[in-house]
Design a protein around this ligand. Structure first.
Ligand code: FES
Length: 165
């Protein structure tokens, strides 16, 4: 007989430790997965968001397009509304501008300032942008409006993440 025999007490200790460890791992794994899951998921930043705007109905007049999207904030998902100003330029290319003013983040409107027609106007501090989204010198905004990458899917406009120029 070998001197390294396992006693009944040792066998019981090993067995209970193994079974206890296995059960603890079974309980802890879902908790660990829940804790790190949002970190592991891809952000999908390159995804385009569908809008209700039909591409063939876009004109040369900037139109406000509201769209819904899901915002994921760690473990919480909420439905948000986004907005873009959309028109066709003189070459027929679709332009989609962010409405967020580059001064302090108010929302710009098209053609609402009577003394500066055909401009994007920010009512907060009188910011002005030309139709192509460039900020008018001498007004508070310090940069042009951000631009959405766009694509057409089944006749509808899809927007990417707005980018600075
Ligand atoms: S936030 Fe638009 S001009 Fe100040």
């Amino acid at each position: 007989m070998s001197k390294n025999r396992v006693s009944r007490r040792q066998f019981l200790n090993y067995t209970l430790t193994g079974v206890g460890g296995f059960m603890a791992a079974g309980m802890l794994m879902p908790m660990v997965r829940f804790a790190v899951d949002p970190v592991l998921q891809s952000k999908g930043e390159s995804d385009f968001i569908p809008t209700p705007q039909k591409v063939d109905e876009i004109t040369e007049e900037p139109t406000r397009v509201d769209y819904k999207f899901e915002q994921v904030d760690a473990w919480y998902t909420s439905e948000e509304t986004g907005t873009a100003w959309v028109y066709k330029d003189e070459k027929g290319e679709i332009v989609a501008l962010s409405p967020v003013c580059k001064h302090l983040g108010c929302v710009v409107d098209w053609n609402t300032d009577k003394s500066n027609p055909e401009h994007f106007y920010c009512p907060c501090h009188g910011g002005l942008y030309t139709k192509d989204g460039k900020n008018v010198p001498g007004t508070p905004p310090i940069a042009a409006l951000d631009v959405f990458p766009i694509k057409e899917v089944d006749g509808y406009l899809y927007l990417g993440k707005a980018e600075p120029r």
